[in-house]
Design a protein. Sequence first.
Lengths: 77, 309
Amino acid sequence: MDNRERILAIVRKVSKNTALPDTDESLFDSGLLDSFALPDLVSELEREFGLKIPDSDLNPRKFESLTRIQNYIESRM
Amino acid sequence: MAAIRGFGAYLPSRVVSNAELGALLDCEAGWILDVSGIEERRYADDEESVASMGVFAAEQCLQNAGLQASDLGMILVSSGSSERRFPGPASAIAHTLKVDGIPALDLPLASAGSLFGIALAATLSPVHGNILVIASEKMSPIVSRQPLERGVAPLFGDGAGACLIGPEDNAVKIADAVLHSDGAFAADLRLEFDASVEMNGRSVILQASRKIPSAIAELLERNGKSAAEVKVFLMHQANQNLMDRVARALHVDAARFYSNIRRYGNTSSASMLIAAAEWWSNPGPRAGDLICFATFGAGFHWGALLALV
């Protein structure tokens, strides 16, 4: 799986929804994620990509869409 | 360090239900419950102020501790909802308690102020003797400002709590505390003058979900303890979903996090002391109990405090 597919799998796992969001669509505005799913999303990303995301990077906008998540994760790899 | 000698609390009599607020906010009462764990909250009347509610909590706390106001050496008052820019409510509370002359300090730390106050009092008690830490919040006029914000207005309620910290005795010893502040996200939870609370809920929950368990773990590890050994967690009552999340992060049963948010909502810095006053009354501390306090609030300020019976 490429990074996009790995991220999508995490979003689907955390949201318990198999929808296929547009790459630039807000995962929050679309209703896939809510405020309380966001910490789970971050934890799953850390586990999947072997990263420790510092609190200073925990800006929800970084995790707003599939593209933004991918950009952030790949900037840390 | 010092000892906890008692708690007190005051809640206004007016109960405001989710149905009442839901009608104003054009939302279902059940939705408010789902997103917050809150069924109702208390609103103070026009005659009740941050200071007057704080006095009621202080008097109950002194009674529970078996002390008189004249036994106090200092007062610390936390409030993020004080009615004016200055002076804060501390000197007014001291005046009403007839203890003019002792230092009465204001701590304008929304949500986190009561824990920071207890930690400060524990450090200052060897010099100042008995220190009364009070947290009082009148959030209802603030969150009732137009336009009403559905994500904010249902969350908050009014109330006050108090805690008496004294020189160490055989009561409940304050073992240690960790306090942290980080201004990087100050704009994400703020109250400007003559405005309502502005909150980036995603940011607040994301940061709190990380920082609260981290502070508790740091404190427990430093003291050679585990979360499993803690009898009760007395935490800022911000949101039931957040408390449940913190419990999961620490791998403990959520039932060990005392909760009264269903009845009072989020009373900001007063909430932790109100929760502690209720728990102290029933079931209350027993010999050998390890008690962990924790908080998170605007700033961000967060921390945890460990007490041993």
